[in-house]
Design a protein around this ligand. Sequence first.
Ligand code: ATP
Ligand code: AMO
Length: 434
Amino acid sequence: MHGRTYTADATPGEAVTVAGWVHETRDLGGIAFLILRDKSGKIQVKLEKDEMDDDLVETGLDAHRESVLKVEGDVKEEPRAPTGVEVVPTDIEVVAPADPELPLDPSGKVDAELPTRLNNRTLDLRKPEVQAIFEIRAELLRAVRDAFRSHEATEINTPKIVATGTEGGTELFPISYFGEEAFMNQSPQLFKQLMAGSNLERVFEIGPIFRAEEHNTPRHLNEAHSIDFEGAFCDHTEAMDVAEAVTTAAYEAVAENCADELETLGIADEFEVPSGDFPRLSYQEALDRVNATGELDEHLVWGDDLSTEAEHVLGQEVGEHYFVTDWPSEVKPFYIKDHDDEPEKSTGFDMMHPRMELVSGGQREHRYEELIAGFEQQGLDPEEFDYYTKMFRYGMPPHAGWGMGCERLLMTMLDLDNIREAVLFPRDRQRLSP
Ligand code: ATP
Ligand code: AMO
């Protein structure tokens, strides 16, 4: 705003114009204080009823909390003020009034339920501990981009309106595309593979994915952001190395550049950057370790998926990020390659945080005949995927990659209870706006 200086920059002896939200009004009788807040911090504005112009005092005192005021005045040293200085105003202008009844209290004195917070995100993000989550999210994404660049990957953007699904037919959102059936994209899977086969060789994408998940859980969204990697001439172990490096880089950047935000969230002391050398357990080892604890009612056998409960047990056992590798071929999608010497085992892997799955990936089936056979085994019509499969006839190198849920990375990093806290405007079964 024209003529504005940041509130927290005010130095004694200066004439300033500050603008910000009324955080609090304290009326002590002859004297009153307004606490103005903006991104830079807070500052006290002093109103002396007997000594100042009545209109000016009235304007200041009549402004409801969260109204935006512009205050011109002089900065004075004042040891009793929260920041050691205060503004003695010569003019107060109401830039944007706020209703007296607020749907939630940004000062945080009154707690609000998550739905109320999500319905009023503008007010919610006036709370420093909520703002901090999104400052960290931005830093995390910056670090992820830099990490990919240092691994020679090129950022791409692929369509979100698509003709086919890739991650199982039941989780698709159908839409009408000029009278033709189309879908919201579940994963950039096939497009990123097509680009790994181009001269770009190594690509990454950060973009929305859409999944018509039936269940309402604290770790599923219907619109999430996926961090995707695909690299030509990579096998699954190299893809795991990249996942490890990207995850570690995100933690390092947050530790280095978001110290204030971590402090605000109250997690600065326990925040740990992972070692970057995550244990790699085979699926069979994972089953054995879970079974050995005796904590599950059922005994897991080859072919079982790891239930949420099994993931928790294993997470507690391992106690850090880890990979589960060599999944049974039958539980992994058509695009995942099987091991040449043991076709019942796939190159598919998951990367886990002790609380939940963060990443799925693997080496891809790059051989045309085997790819077509994989479609048929999964009950899919390869004709529908012709735009994809035909490129495998023109020199598709071996390649591997993975997808990581951005919100899951953030939520596990900051120990958030609910994934909805990691998105500004979450989409779930009950929530289509805002
Ligand atoms: P993906 O990203 O591949 O979907 P995920 O971690 O989201 O992986 P899911 O396959 O969706 O995992 O679910 C993992 C496990 O959690 C499955 O066994 C699933 O049945 C279970 N699960 C998911 N949602 C619920 C729920 N609301 N209540 C109980 N179990 C659930
Ligand atoms: P997958 O389906 O396992 O794999 O998804 C990859 C990662 O994306 C995140 N994720 C979600 N996060 C929040 N809400 C959801 N509904 C949701 N669904 C997925 C998870 C998950 O680990 N094409 C493959 C990846 C690949 O092989 O490259 C895929 O999409 O963190």
